[in-house]
Write a protein that binds this ligand. Structure first.
Ligand code: GDD
Ligand code: MN
Length: 376
């Protein structure tokens, strides 16, 4: 093996890595990839570039289309991920797949103006910035024919993220930017990699403040295909913001779980009150009914909100409900046991009650996160 490796002609070693890598995340963008290649090649004439598409195993054959282009042009590469989804994590893996000293991220749907790329590169090389952002919110930028509703949502999300992340940047939600490789490498281990907000994530995870420049551009309408922004993406954004706000105190998912648990107590009391009006049930029957109703509603609320990203459907939903009942039953035994123990020790009823409730809910959370909503 060794002698073979040594016999590789030295000419191969003189081929240099491109100066700029443009990372393009794709999910069902087959009809756009060739257009992206043409536009990028035009815009970057004179620059030594490579174009890396990171595709999450799109059913429409995007990866195959990219490899088709790559066969005749080695500047084009395809990273195909199987069994995974996510715009942010795709961008991260694309950047990790290149050694280029400058890296850019751009969407595949032609909404970002590729003509900004050479100016972004120039700003990094000559103006000494760390990060250049294509911005819709600085003078000269805009939304073009974007529909009003989305422009409204985008501007609200932008304001929210500015409050939470204390970032002095007009368009932290932009998905179009370029940076020095070191900036990415310094932040990469702190990135959450969840959802769509890769830039926000980078800004929030950078250890030192960055020298940022924003260049205006007009957001164009999508050429082919459809947007992947949905309620799950919105949910992930909310979780990211909440994590920046309270994540250092308590995990956001647990906070949500505990909140729904508290809501469950209200449900429990309301059902108990009604069930007591049915004489044939008696207190035990009424309490049992209330317990089952509260557990069931907790399960569905958690499935809808706390674990939106791993939501159970179909028969998994039923199996999940069953396991949740079991886990909560054991949690209740632990709850009562701890409360009785604390009460016996110091006779303070509320301290005993709270201790039991905390132990019960931590148990329920920890065990259901492993058995009920386990990651597949
Ligand atoms: N690999 C991969 N995996 N790519 C994805 C995924 C995914 O799960 N989801 C979306 N993409 C790709 C799309 O194929 C497209 O190239 C790009 O990411 C953006 O997706 P869109 O679905 O077009 O998103 P958008 O237009 O709603 O949002 C864009 O604009 C926002 C600004 O308002 C994105 O750039 C956002 O990051 C940006 O915040
Ligand atoms: Mn888009």
């Amino acid at each position: 093996m060794r002698s073979e490796a040594r016999s590789i002609p030295t000419a191969a070693a003189t081929v240099r890595t491109p100066e700029l890598a443009v990372i393009v995340p794709t999910f069902n963008e087959r009809e756009n990839v060739a257009l992206v290649r043409d536009l990028v090649a035009d815009a970057l004439a004179g620059v030594d570039w490579e174009l890396i598409f990171v595709d999450d195993d799109s059913a429409d054959g995007t990866a195959e289309a990219v490899r088709g282009m790559a066969r005749s042009d080695p500047r084009i590469r395809c990273v195909q991920r199987i069994g995974r989804r996510g715009l942010s994590s795709a961008c991260i893996e694309g950047m990790l797949a290149t050694a280029a000293p400058y890296v850019a991220v751009m969407d595949a749907d032609l909404q970002h103006d590729e003509r900004l790329l050479p100016r972004m590169l120039q700003a990094l090389k000559q103006d000494g910035c760390d990060l250049v952002v294509g911005s819709r919110y600085v003078e000269g930028g805009g939304f073009g024919r974007w529909d009003e509703r989305r422009a409204g949502i985008s501007s609200m999300a932008t304001k929210l993220s500015r409050i939470v992340c204390k970032i002095e940047i007009a368009d932290p939600m932009s998905g179009f930017f370029m940076m020095r490789r070191e900036i990415f490498e310094r932040a990469v281990r702190g990135l959450s990699g969840q959802g769509f907000k890769i830039l926000l994530d980078l800004l929030a995870s950078s250890p030192a403040p960055l020298r940022i420049k924003e260049l205006p551009y007009e957001f164009r309408p999508r050429r082919h295909g459809t947007s992947k922004l949905d309620t799950l993406v919105a949910w992930e954004f909310g979780m990211l913001l909440a994590d920046k706000l309270v994540g250092h105190l308590v995990p956001v998912r647990f906070a949500l779980f505990a909140f729904i648990g508290a809501l469950g107590l209200v449900v429990h009391l309301a059902v108990l009150r009604c069930a007591l009006a049915v004489p044939s049930l008696g207190f035990t029957g009424a309490q049992a009914t209330a317990t089952v109703v509260a557990m069931t509603s907790n399960f569905f609320l958690n499935n809808l909100f706390t674990y939106r990203d791993q939501r159970l459907h179909g028969w998994r939903l039923l199996r999940g409900l069953g396991s949740f009942y079991l886990i909560c039953a054991v949690g209740a035994v632990g709850n009562v046991g701890i409360a009785a123990y604390v009460f016996a020790a110091d006779n303070v009823w509320w301290l005993a009650g709270i201790s039991g409730a905390i132990v019960g809910s931590v148990w329920n959370y920890a065990v259901s996160s492993v058995f009920t909503w386990r990651r597949r």
